[in-house]
Design a protein around this ligand. Sequence first.
Ligand SMILES: *[C@@H]1O[C@H](CO)[C@@H](O)[C@H](O)[C@H]1NC(C)=O
Ligand SMILES: *[C@@H]1O[C@H](CO)[C@@H](O)[C@H](O)[C@H]1NC(C)=O
Length: 356
Amino acid sequence: MTTTQIAILGAGIFVKTQYVPRLSEISDIVSVKFIWSRSEESAKSAVEIARKHFGGVEAVWGDQGLDRIINDDSILGVAVVLAGQFQVDISLKLLKAGKHVLQEKPAAASISEIEKALSGYNSIRANVRGQPIWAVAENYRFEPAFVESKKLMAEIGDMMSVQVIVEGSMNSSNPYFSSSWRRNFTGGFILDMGVHFIAGLRMLVGCEVVSASATTCHVDKTLPPPDIISSNFQLENGCSGVFVMVVSSRSSKIFWRVVGLKGTIQIERGNQNGRQGYTVLYYTADGQCKSFFYPFSGVTDEFKTFIHDIQEAKKGNGHEVEPRLSYIEGARDVALLEAMMESGSKNGALVHVKKF
Ligand SMILES: *[C@@H]1O[C@H](CO)[C@@H](O)[C@H](O)[C@H]1NC(C)=O
Ligand SMILES: *[C@@H]1O[C@H](CO)[C@@H](O)[C@H](O)[C@H]1NC(C)=O
């Protein structure tokens, strides 16, 4: 079996601490040929780390470096791991050149950018040979805790209530705390971090949120506004729920809980035997509680799926991308958060979520 060659655009913290090590775990199917950054220094610093796993990896930078990737026919896919403000434009440029793209979340900075992205992509799909895939990397949709809990949802009967509570820990010890693009992004950390929790919510309940009402605040002035959101929302199945997110707290806690007529399911971030992951609690109709622990593996699983999809697409049989990777799923996460933030800016007025 031959390995699929890819390039990575971006050389920041997430590339160094997640992309390179997680891709190295699947180096039997994928090989990183280039790492690109705007600056030479930063491209080289990431390549230094990647070289331990991918001997032939080369640093490329600037417009010329990008052209090299675009013109290299051996590069089947490109991972775009850049500042949120630039990802859509650069992804569209690569797609137009026929490359498959795995873009980091958030799918876009706003609903208006999503609209521009989708119209650009539709015309590329119609005109560019090979119908390049545009995937959004949202690892929560691949976390085994969510995959397994989703299967249990049928057991808890009609949904009565949904709770998503996030007490984050985005303080000065966090490597992303001083990230300048996240501080110059409408919605700040609420959007950048929040899309993960919304993705988890949408995956678990298996239906869309139709409307939301929210209060947003700015209390911790070391963070960009808003840093707190309290929202209630309605699902298309009629059930209601709450979404509460505090970007930085002293009491780290993250859970999703769905209460049904015949039982309850809760997914909570935690660790077991030194491994980070999620504990799933399943309260059954007879009042028992079963507990399961699933270590993180969402990033690796989403990479495997993307590589599989682009290998299949290469065979030219009109391969459809795995729905959990599709651009539209990432767009829906952004649309819901934007609705919540819009409501926050309108003193809690009910806002209908834009449908994509
Ligand atoms: C940041 O949060 C983490 C986790 O809650 C905590 O261990 C750490 O002490 C905090 N650092 C600061 C500077 O507040
Ligand atoms: C912040 O974002 C705006 C609009 O995207 C951009 O023009 C500006 O250069 C950015 N500033 C910084 C410091 O990144």
